[in-house]
Design a protein around this ligand. Structure first.
Ligand code: SF4
Length: 182
């Protein structure tokens, strides 16, 4: 850990449960990133690489405001990746983290086992709010029969790297390409 971040938020007692934190990841999105692995997932994808993240009561609990104070904030960090598990099972806390990283000038990537369409049509305001706080959403479950080692930042070819704002504005899915910023 390097510099500590001066958190401008007062998020009170809101808690988050994480399976792990990687402060310098180069595999969870472009550039050097903080990766937060959320605890809890009910997608139960066969072949999941992180089944230890499935139970909601495992992992470690953090106060969101304290976690944000502890995460490094340096110019080398390009963004944060919300992974898991599935951050969309803790959408309120995840959205606060996303907002804080945007305030730091960083980008936000998020993985979910839900599809873009499922989130859009969920009627779940907290999940939709989190979606709108992401720059890139990697959507859909891991599908073993579609597994490929050649894909950028995802495990099976059904998963899409969706540019959230651009897709919202276009009314159709616009996918991130390696030459895109963030
Ligand atoms: S969504 Fe991700 S963490 Fe959840 S079961 Fe599927 S591959 Fe595993």
């Amino acid at each position: 850990m390097t510099e500590s971040h001066t958190c401008m938020l007062d998020e009170g007692p809101l808690k988050i449960r994480l399976a792990g934190i990687v402060n310098e990841s180069v595999t969870d999105g472009p550039g050097l990133r903080i990766a937060l692995f959320f605890q809890g997932c009910e997608h139960y994808c066969p072949g999941c690489h992180n089944p230890q993240t499935w139970p909601f009561q495992r992992g470690n609990e953090y106060a969101v405001a304290e976690l944000l104070r502890q995460l490094p904030d340096t110019p080398l960090i390009k963004g944060v990746t919300l992974s898991g598990g599935d951050p969309f099972y803790q959408p309120e806390a995840a959205a606060i983290i996303a907002r804080d990283f945007h305030n730091r000038g960083k980008n936000v990537w998020a993985y979910t086992g839900f599809t873009w369409e499922e989130l859009q049509n969920s009627g779940d305001s907290a999940r939709i709010n989190l979606l709108l706080h992401c720059d890139v959403l990697i959507d859909g479950p891991f599908v073993q029969s579609l597994r490929s080692l050649t894909l950028n930042f995802c495990g099976s070819s059904n998963q899409r790297l969706i540019l959230v704002k651009e897709s919202q504005e276009a009314g159709k899915i616009i996918e991130w390409k390696p030459y895109d910023k963030g």
